[in-house]
Design a protein around this ligand. Sequence first.
Ligand code: AMP
Length: 180
Amino acid sequence: MKLAIIGIPGSGKGTQAKLIAKEFKLKRIAVGKILRNEIKTNSRKGKILEKYMNKGLLAPNKIVNKLVLKNTPKDNFIIDGFPRDKRQLKIAKKLNLDKVILLTLPKKEVRKRINKRKKLQGRIDDKKQTLETRLKLYDKNFPKIIKHFKNKLIKINGNQTIKKVFKDIKKELEKIKCKS
Ligand code: AMP
């Protein structure tokens, strides 16, 4: 199975991607996490990434696309947080995705969740102003992405308990597993 999971910030992509990877024995590629780890190494690339992520902007495509191609196997994977803009769609084509899971969540709930996460994890991009930039970028880029994947999309209501969201995703993925 070749999967991607996308959605508005705070919709639970990371949490669900972990559960899906475990259940279906897939490699998880968490783009945001890999980028944050690069920042922690204090490398030159990390310094560049920090500037973008601090502002809530998308990391440069050159870095992201290379990282995605390097870390993604031929099959049995779930990529979390990719693609996020039009140019990344080109690279996404090379991954030959079977399905794209879209997690939805109302903005009011997004702000509530991210505020809570900021207190718990202190992520550099969870600050109030940074979040607003990320939400603007989401509004700008996601309609194209959703349209592009319309035949592969599994739309899931992310405004439910972790367990229920996972149950809904699992039900959909089992359908495609049965077909293959
Ligand atoms: P996430 O952990 O998925 O919420 O991503 C956190 C941050 O990492 C984003 O706000 C971006 O700055 C960066 N990032 C994650 N995925 C991508 C991507 N596909 N392209 C560019 N930047 C990304």
